[in-house]
Ligand binder design. Sequence first.
Ligand SMILES: Cc1cc2nc3c(=O)[nH]c(=O)nc-3n(C[C@H](O)[C@H](O)[C@H](O)COP(=O)(O)OP(=O)(O)OC[C@H]3O[C@@H](n4cnc5c(N)ncnc54)[C@H](O)[C@@H]3O)c2cc1C
Ligand code: SF4
Length: 557
Amino acid sequence: MNQASEPPQRDSMDYDVVIVGAGPSGLSAAIRLKQLAAEAGSDVSVCVVEKGSEVGAHILSGAVVDPIALDELIPDWRERGAPLKTEVTQDRFYVLGPSGALRLPNALMPRLMDNHGKYAISLGTLCRWLASQAEALGVEIYPGFAASEVLHREDGSVRGIVAGVAGISRSGEKKPDYQPGMELNGKYVFIAEGARGSLAKAIIQKFDLREGRSPQKFGLGLKELWEVRPENHRAGQVTHTMGWPLGVKTGGGSFMYHLEDNLVSIGFVVHLNYENPYLNPYMEFQRFKHHPLIEPVLEGGRRIAYGARAITEGGLQSVPKLFFPGGVLIGCSAGFVNVPRIKGTHNAMKTGMIAAESAFEAIKAGRSGDEIGEYQRAFEASWVYQDLKKVRNVKPLWSKLGLIGGLALGGFDMWTNELFGFSLFGTLRHGKSDAESTKPAKHFKPIDYPKPDGVISFDRLTNLAFSGTNHEEDQPVHLQLKDPSVPIRHTLPIYDEPAQRYCPAGVYEVVQENGTPRFQINAQNCVHCKTCDIKDPPQNINWVVPQGGDGPNYPNM
Ligand SMILES: Cc1cc2nc3c(=O)[nH]c(=O)nc-3n(C[C@H](O)[C@H](O)[C@H](O)COP(=O)(O)OP(=O)(O)OC[C@H]3O[C@@H](n4cnc5c(N)ncnc54)[C@H](O)[C@@H]3O)c2cc1C
Ligand code: SF4
């Protein structure tokens, strides 16, 4: 057998624009490029690669979506049958205690938090529809193609990516079905990988795009899709909660969105700057569902799907420089989520669109492989910038002051921004990265979580079966340890190896072998949420793409 480390011979294809990721940002960029070419009576070649087995297979979101970007991109989306069927009818916000719930009056909430006029949807389904619109315009979309490497020109600029490498064994040998992958070259490469993209991470580091910015912050979002009894279903009802079971020091909250057809999307986000390494976000979600506000909605229903995904939370002060020689970062690869609104889709789409407009002008002018600084300026002049600016201090206030102080001052700050266009706090910065926020286990006691009842709450591996996750086992482990000795030598004694708890798919275990602990990685269970890459205290875990098509197979998350 040949070692896969021999330099591979690869076919290559050239495009005007190569886009990595078929989420809302990548697909909106592709559609906008083709629209501009059609308007100009010219053509632009665009390809999109997607690591999921099909478009939408790796998409997990809430989602209550603000249609502002879709209105601009495809104004007649209603006539074209876009899957935005359930308009929000009722908007409720609660602070929870262990057995009670305090509803905050809607009049207290700043207008920007209002969900009326928005739609409760499946983002995976919307992406599938966007992909059909893109293909009708001539965009080439390749699902099952994971982009694993960035290619550079001699001057260091990005010239393309490698995608579609497959058939390498766990020990690195070429198997009979070995595929060296393709080189996909572009005049410009758009990185649209979503939160904590693996190529984005390498590019941000190589081109120092984070210089002068706050560290990016993240949350872990866990979600289940339920079919509930018709009498418990309230189409268009949107509920957000904060507080229990997290307590006042750990940030996070829940969402419960009633979609169409008796479907309810229920999820829980834990801010990854939590300090206690014994915290188990998955178990917090499971016990949350037993709250008296929530359990009656689920009773008699059935869980259809489960999954998890990181969400960017740093906001404006964490947005990196958006361009580099040969390409741009769009959507959550850069991080445009409006945290108090828990909305990033509209900003992901719009940044894809304005990047497309900047790149199209550059290509028209005969440029290639240079820096598209116009995109950065267009972003700063766009409504995305204003959307993020108004809420820029909410997350830092929450991190500094906890639930009560953060809620009060964050709310006050959003009001002054909305009414008078300024903040008394200026722009607050984020301090530590989420990995650095974890404190040694000796400062805490292990948390005794209630056992799941198998009806409303479920154990992790049972739930994982509802994510459709599958990985070819005989392939290199895509969760790379920079130093394999670190988990047992360092992270276990100091932090009680929190990967055992923060991973929502039970990938990491510390097993005892003849009285000696061993760190075990069940890579085939990974749902690609990226939490380990973010939260591992010594930053020893590096998430890279597995073979294309592997991972979760979400139907409509
Ligand atoms: C739990 C949760 C709840 C949320 N709720 C809401 C909400 O209610 N409303 C809202 O507006 N927003 C919400 N968001 C945020 C919203 O989902 C994101 O802002 C949005 O999905 C970002 O779009 P994107 O295109 O940048 O990235 P993504 O949607 O993450 O899409 C990225 C795509 O790129 C693919 N990809 C990644 N790396 C590679 C690679 N190397 N090669 C090939 N393909 C790759 C992925 O498989 C994926 O399909 C929520 C997010 C979470 C996690
Ligand atoms: S291994 Fe990492 S990326 Fe995969 S599910 Fe677990 S925490 Fe998420």
